[in-house]
Design a binder for this molecule. Sequence first.
Ligand code: NAD
Ligand code: LMR
Length: 342
Amino acid sequence: FVVSRLLTHVGKLPPMVQQLGYINRGLKVTVVGSVGGIGQPLSLLLKLNPDVSTLSLYDIKNTTGVGVDLSHINTRATVCPFEGKDGLKKAMDKADIVVIPAGLPRKPGMKREDLVDVNASVACEVAFAASAVCPGAMLAFITNPINVIVPIVATILKAKGTYDPNRLFGVTSLDVVRAQTFVANILNSDPLKVNIPVIGGHTGRTILPILSQCDPPFKGTDEERQALIQRVQNAGTEVVNAKDGLGSATLSMAFAAARFVNSLIKGIKGSEDECVVECAYVESDVTEAQFFATPLKLGPQGIEENKGLPDLDDEEQKSLECMLPILMESIEKGIKLGEGMM
Ligand code: NAD
Ligand code: LMR
């Protein structure tokens, strides 16, 4: 067991044995930006997962207080708070999963793209630290603008020789959570029983809920379908405006990110009886865009299978064609920014 524990991180054991190691020792999950509006409730939700044995927290300030507070909760995870100069690498050291809700949120009137200058440097720090101390970790970026941040990180990891496209994710699960909720509200049904893929990216028209594949079926008029799609696409702005200068979605985002991380954990554990599928923004050859969100089957090594594009009706096909140039421009920008950071 001791040997398995030591070697799991250097990947020298066959996958089956590695999985046993994970199940025995539990997983180390690091939250970067753990003191923020998303970071605190996300850390709380992850502290509740019995498969997490170490919950490592990093922020540029006040991590200790949040850490001590969480550490009094009587669940398995040991809470390890870090801050300061060397804190990031210490917090991420040998992590199995790093989830990143760090960076600036929007204020009313701003677009997600307006955050790129500040947030690119945060993502860059995390990418360098991951290459140095946890090259095999699953990295789940929440930091906006997701469409640009993920290509930046991929470019840096590639240059460092530590890129595994199956382990780098832009978290778009809030779009799915919202689509499930809004559809259920209209159908007067249980949101947890609504299944709907949301593909593309995470801004405006690049967020495409595929209503034609909704289960239970959504049979609205064209106007109702259009209104629902636009509500999902503008839901982030709906929250930003409602918070009136106090930031963007935090609680719903923490819920959505915890769901995503819990799915990564189920995948790592290799749950046989459950097919773990989540939508996320990842490197992809499904469309012309190099990064694209589609449903993904998750497994012990991250993405086990990209489920590809769901069947699309004519309107959805047109929307896909409209979004691709927008997405590809963001990706190109991300790759250039990433190259400039090396
Ligand atoms: P926030 O300001 O409340 O928290 C951000 C935290 O990041 C702060 O505690 C801050 O100290 C920390 N931070 C800043 N720079 C850091 C660094 N270099 N290293 C570590 N920590 C650092 O913001 P929030 O509301 O929690 O939002 C965080 C990010 O998540 C924003 O960019 C926001 O746009 C994004 N977001 C994404 C989605 C999504 O669906 N992907 C949804 C909501 C918000
Ligand atoms: C969201 O969709 O809520 C986030 O991307 C935050 C934002 O700026 O809208």
